[in-house]
Design a protein around this ligand. Structure first.
Ligand code: GRF
Length: 221
């Protein structure tokens, strides 16, 4: 870890497999990321173990301990400020953040979503893909703005939907692809290649009209 590595906080609620992918990339592949803090809103989130094993400080800030969204958001924001995170990564964080929080971190906060946004915002994406008879699906990473799974999409990875797929098989195939996507996209931030500008994504200084697509061999097109 070097002084100028990008400082990031990762927010989780559950398994934390994307967090683990980021930790692996830092430890084994030289990703220039300094995960300064992990925040979980669930005390029993298995992902907390990945952070602890890697020696990353963890804050459990349970939403059930707060009277309303605003006060919970404020407690999370306070921890993020203390951590001096430059980037906030929502990696399976299953809490809707209030408008004030989203505005405070505009351009500095990204979210992973298991669909090809703008399709299928919200929950149960795999079943909705299957019900619609879509031939492909994927994962998206977007800047977070106020509103559910909204905000300009930075990057996506795609997989085909196979005739025998069910929600479990789709999720099992998409998971490893999503891990590639989060690592490759966070690397763009580490290299200062991606920015946010008034509701648009800038890639290498230019506004992109559609999300960057990560191929399965790890190249953005
Ligand atoms: C991922 O599918 C992500 O797209 C969604 O929540 C899931 C998190 O998985 N937002 P994990 O906790 O990183 O394993």
């Amino acid at each position: 870890m070097k002084q100028d590595d990008l400082k990031a906080a990762v927010l989780i609620s559950g398994t934390g497999s994307n967090l683990r992918a980021l930790i692996n990339a830092v430890q084994n592949d030289g990703l220039k990321l300094n995960i300064v803090r992990v925040v979980s809103n669930r005390k029993a989130a298995p992902g907390i173990g990945h952070a602890k094993n890697a020696g990353i400080p963890v804050s459990v800030i349970s939403h059930t301990d707060f009277p309303d969204r605003q006060s919970h958001d404020a407690a999370v924001a306070e921890v993020l400020e203390q951590s001096q995170a430059e980037l906030v990564i929502l990696a399976g964080y299953m809490r809707i953040l209030g408008e004030d929080f989203a505005n405070k971190y505009a351009g500095r906060m990204i979210n992973l979503h298991p669909s090809l946004l703008p399709l299928y915002k919200g929950l149960d994406t795999y079943n909705r893909v299957l019900k619609a008879g879509d031939r492909e699906t994927g994962s998206s990473i977007h800047f977070v703005t106020a509103g559910l799974d909204s905000g300009p999409v930075i990057s996506q990875i795609r997989i085909p939907v196979l005739p025998d797929d069910d929600a479990a098989s789709l999720s099992a195939r998409l998971g490893p692809m999503e891990h590639k996507l989060v690592v490759a996209t966070v690397e763009l931030f580490c290299n200062r290649e991606v920015n946010y500008d008034h509701g648009s994504v800038l890639y290498r200084g230019r506004k992109i009209g559609k999300p960057l697509q990560l191929t399965h061999d790890g190249t953005f097109i």
